[in-house]
Each structure stands twice: as structure tokens, then as C-alpha cells.
Design a binder for this molecule. Structure first.
Ligand code: R5P
Length: 295
């Protein structure tokens, strides 16, 4: 029997595309809230004895996670042979240490929770900074798809004479791969984060790149303050308006508008989180990840 793909609310487009890439059934389900706010879950497609693939991107996770876990529990209860989670954006990766006394290392607790409900996980560029890989916190097999080759291809087709800019040291891991794929030089800036929306960026000597279009690339754009400060600093050194590329388009509050106003020439993201800026399609990456999880 073919696998069945179940889309959590808001994930139907990507789930449908994924099902068709995999030759899987796009399953039918109902997920809604009762008037008291509790979740109602019903799976209408047969799942007994079948591989079930749940698709749920996990930006703004707190409202999504409990319904997702209830859906996974329902699929298991109805006899699914295995349940996998395709979470194009994986939440709770940034609190990867106890930065102040008493803080919870929520990445670890979240990973433990998810690992208890699904058999495998596929995601795109999780924020791996202090963890080397997801195995350090997830007890289930996890396939990590990398958007860097797609970003490199996008830059090759859309930005002639680019110079790639990483906004902070963490970004070097993917910036170097993108730069290699797009065959362009790269520079990594230095960031000091002082608060959720308070970051300082310092720029090395880069005035010699004035003839090139700077392309800022980061994994997550949340408040966009990292990108905004980087845009301002690059403009202050006399470089042209940068193109800003993020893998995951979280855009908290009016972050997208603020980034445009700050002077970004264009803002482009991958479709790991649905957003108007999505221009890089990760469906094939996710399909490859699911095939690897099945292997
Ligand atoms: C850093 O830890 C990440 O790679 C991103 O730079 C960060 O999450 C961006 O956050 P914000 O958009 O809120 O500055």
C-alpha cells in the first residue's frame, strides 16, 4: 500500500506537492478547534498498516505542536505502521544551551517530546549551532535537507556579479557552501546579540566589493534585526542595496516590512514556511529526505 501524506492546517500546498513527488496518497483529515480551544482530530483516509507522513512546518510552534502530537497519536491508534514528520522548519533549535542560570534548554525538551510521537523526522536546515547534528537531541532518525545548493542556483540565475555576505559566524557553515556553488566570493560579518531585537553587526573592510551586489544569506529571519543591521552596515560602507535571502521566513510581527524599509533590494526565502517572499522551492529536497527515511 502507498504511503499517505497528512497535512496539518496551513501545509496543504506543500503536502500535496510532496505527495505527488513521492507517488503517495494525499490523505484527508479534519483538524479544528472546539469552542473551548481544545483540538478535534479526525483522519478520514485509511492508515492501518500504512506509512503515514505528517507535514507540519513549525514556525509559531506553540499553537501547532499539541494538535500535531494529537494527530500523530491518532494515526498510531488507528494502526499506522510508521509515522514520520516532515517539518520543513524545525522549531526550538536556538535555545541550545543554558545561557543564564535557571533557563531551560528547550531544544532538548522539545526534541524529546517529538521523538516520543513519531518514528522519523525530515527537516530543512535546522539551526545547528552548538549541536553538531540532530542525533544529539532527537531519539529518532532525522534527515536534514540542505537548501544551500538551491540558494546558490537562485543566485546564479538572479544576481549577476554577487558577493555573498554571512551576517554572523554561525552562518559560515552554509555561506561557504552557497559561495562555492554559486562560484562567488564570500565575507562573514560579526554579530553581537544583546536582546531579542537588539543586535550589533560589525563589518570588516569590504569597500573593494562596491562593484558587486551583496547577497546576505541567513538560515532564519525572525525579527529581521540581524538582516536589518547588516543591510545598514553594508550601505554605510558604500555597497549597493543587498539582496536578502533567508531559508526560513518567520518574519515576526512586521519584520518583513521593516527589512524592506531598511533598504533590502529584494527579500527571498525558501518555501519551508509559506510567505510572500518564497521563491526557492524545497519540495524535491523534502521528497529526497522522505525516501531516505523509508530506505
Ligand atoms: C542566529 O542565531 C540565526 O542564524 C539568525 O541569525 C537569527 O535567528 C535571526 O534572528 P532575527 O531575525 O530575529 O535577528
Amino acid at each position: 500500500m502507498t504511503a499517505v501524506v497528512l497535512a496539518c492546517p496551513g501545509n496543504a500546498t506543500l503536502a500535496g506537492a510532496l505527495a505527488s513527488r513521492l507517488g503517495a496518497e494525499a490523505g484527508s483529515l479534519v483538524m479544528r478547534n472546539f469552542p473551548d480551544g481544545e483540538s478535534y482530530v479526525r483522519i478520514d483516509s485509511p492508515v492501518a498498516g500504512r506509512e503515514v507522513i505528517l507535514v507540519c512546518t513549525l514556525d509559531r510552534p506553540n499553537d501547532k505542536v499539541l494538535p500535531l502530537l494529537l494527530l500523530a497519536a491518532t494515526a498510531r491508534d488507528l494502526g499506522a505502521s510508521r509515522i514520520g514528520l516532515v517539518a520543513p522548519y524545525l522549531a526550538y533549535m536556538r535555545q541550545d544551551d543554558r545561557f543564564a542560570p535557571g533557563e531551560g534548554i528547550t531544544s532538548r525538551y522539545f526534541a524529546g517530546l517529538v521523538s516520543g510521537y513519531v518514528n522519523w523526522l525530515v527537516t530543512v536546515d535546522p539551526h545547528l549551532h552548538r549541536y553538531q547534528n540532530l542525533r544529539e537531541i532527537y531519539r529518532i532518525p532525522a534527515q536534514v535537507a540542505r537548501a544551500a545548493p538551491l540558494i546558490a542556483e537562485w543566485i546564479r540565475h538572479n544576481v549577476p556579479k554577487a558577493v555573498l555576505i554571512g551576517p554572523d559566524g554561525e552562518s559560515e557553515q552554509w555561506i561557504s557552501v552557497v559561495a562555492d556553488g554559486a562560484d562567488i566570493p564570500f565575507v562573514v560579518l560579526q554579530k553581537q546579540r544583546k536582546g531579542d531585537r537588539d543586535v550589533e553587526i560589525s563589518v570588516p573592510k569590504i569597500a573593494h566589493w562596491r562593484e558587486r551586489t551583496p547577497v546576505l544569506v541567513d538560515d532564519i529571519i525572525s525579527t529581521a534585526h540581524t538582516m536589518i543591521q547588516a543591510v545598514r552596515q553594508l550601505r554605510a560602507t558604500g555597497l549597493p542595496s543587498p539582496v536578502c535571502i533567508g531559508v526560513h521566513a518567520i518574519f515576526a510581527d512586521d519584520a518583513y516590512g521593516e527589512l524592506r524599509v531598511a533598504g533590502a533590494k529584494r527579500v527571498v526565502t525558501c518555501n519551508t514556511i509559506p510567505h510572500a517572499s518564497n521563491d526557492i522551492d524545497v519540495t524535491d529536497l523534502l521528497a529526497d529526505g522522505v525516501r531516505a527515511a523509508f530506505a
